[in-house]
Design a protein around this ligand. Structure first.
Ligand code: ZN
Ligand code: ZN
Length: 409
């Protein structure tokens, strides 16, 4: 049991960094209730005021999408917006245990999914804005569930063995061994990320040029006064927290109108309960003008047409090809892990912290600075063993950032 308690403690004390007297909202699948209990215990031990649960269930979600009355997907009940907006405004912390069948919504009408996202993003806008601007601390982490473990390990027939293998993969990725030193290891890891962040910020690049043998040839201009971030974020009150466990990336925002070329995904993407695979985008002046996928094209096209900003980019993230997660050579079918095994981009909203002073700017000011706005934010992986990224400084100097998939700095 010790290793699970160590993991729960890591999420609550380092991921969320729960403060005395603070509320904690935990979103969690019902299958993982035992682990939510460990997190709640760790939170109360650290002085949490109250743990409030938001339960999820794949099967009920799927049943609803298939059989609920059609108008259900255009509105969100008032209690639900009050739940998220109210707790966020009151300064609660949010922990999400993200564990789902990668193909849970296969065959569901994608129009229902898109309408749900539109209505829920509208109803929970206050919560989302407070989260994106790091006003409230949040952390996303995962534990295995059977459907997911079976997808990640298709050749393992015994159910328990598949779960056990996924646990080992997750523990490897999150640096938890059961020796009680996970918190220390995370402090060291954050230092490594911070050094990379400082180097990139010191370069003050104008643009990045990506090429690899998949066919990617993409130029990404960066906003003036952009900021690279990674590892800990900080709430407005200055409390450090880590939004994703694991995290290996350092990231910033691209210039909304400044992305041009072709970009190929290097891994499948699990999105909206569907798998999208072998896809690429053609991008002109920041906008995705063509999207092609051999698998899941309908899901992909629905995702980038959610709103105007969904077809533009909101994040550029660097992850070495040689990292603890990618060295496992395992496709997790869960973006939380796969994005941390590979350089990635996100279409949709940019994080305000990616431009100097951005967390205190209005939406209009952020837009003026060149950051993209959208109700969505979807990471997709583009890193490969031969990825080359060359930076260009404002005075036209070229700097190798990535060579053969790894940092050249
Ligand atoms: Zn990212
Ligand atoms: Zn992202």
């Amino acid at each position: 049991m010790q290793i699970f308690e160590e993991y729960a403690k890591l999420l609550v004390e380092v991921g969320i960094n729960i403060q005395k007297g603070q509320n904690l909202v935990i979103n969690c699948p019902v299958d993982c209730a035992w682990f939510a209990r460990l997190c709640a215990k760790a939170a109360y031990a650290a002085g949490c005021r109250e743990v409030i649960m938001g339960w999820k269930d794949d099967e009920l979600t799927r049943e609803k999408y298939l059989h609920a009355a059609d108008e259900v997907f255009d509105s969100v009940p008032a209690w639900q917006s009050e739940f998220y907006n109210g707790y966020a405004k009151g300064g609660a912390a949010f922990l999400s245990i993200a564990a789902t069948d990668p193909e849970n919504l296969k065959g569901v009408d994608s129009d229902r999914i898109v309408r749900t996202q539109r209505s829920s993003n509208k109803a929970l806008k206050e919560f989302r804005d407070l989260q994106m601007s790091n006003t409230v601390p949040w952390c996303v982490a995962s534990i295995p569930i059977l459907s997911w473990a079976q997808k990640a390990f298709p050749d393992v027939k015994a159910e328990e063995e598949a779960i056990e293998k996924l646990w080992q993969a997750i523990f490897g990725a999150v640096r938890v061994t059961g020796d009680g030193k996970a918190v220390e290891r995370w402090r060291e890891h954050q230092e490594t990320l911070k050094k990379r962040v400082d180097k990139l910020n010191a370069l003050d690049l104008e643009s990045l040029h990506y090429t690899n043998s998949l066919g990617t040839d993409l130029t990404i201009c960066l906003p003036e006064d952009h900021v690279w971030a990674g590892g800990s974020g900080f709430t407005k009150g200055g409390v450090p927290f880590i939004a994703n466990i694991p995290t290996e990336e350092i990231f910033t925002a691209p210039l909304r109108d400044g992305v041009d070329g072709v970009v190929y995904a290097s891994m499948p993407l699990v999105h909206d309960g569907n798998i999208i695979d072998k896809f690429h985008f053609v991008v002109k002046a920041g906008k995705i003008v063509e999207a092609h996928a051999e698998v899941g094209e309908e899901t992909l096209k629905a995702a980038i047409s959610l709103d105007e900003g969904a077809s533009r980019f909101g994040e550029v993230a660097l992850v070495p090809y040689d990292s603890p997660i990618s060295n496992q050579k395992l496709l997790f079918y869960n973006t939380l892990f796969d994005e941390n095994a590979s350089c990635h981009l996100a279409f949709g909203e940019a994080y305000p912290e990616c431009v100097k002073g951005g967390e205190d700017m209005t939406k209009e000011e952020l837009k003026e600075r060149g950051l993209n706005e959208s109700m969505t934010h979807v990471d997709f992986m583009i890193g490969s063993a031969d990825l080359k990224i060359t930076g260009k400084t404002w005075d036209g100097k070229e700097v190798p950032i990535f060579v053969d998939g790894n940092f050249a700095l």
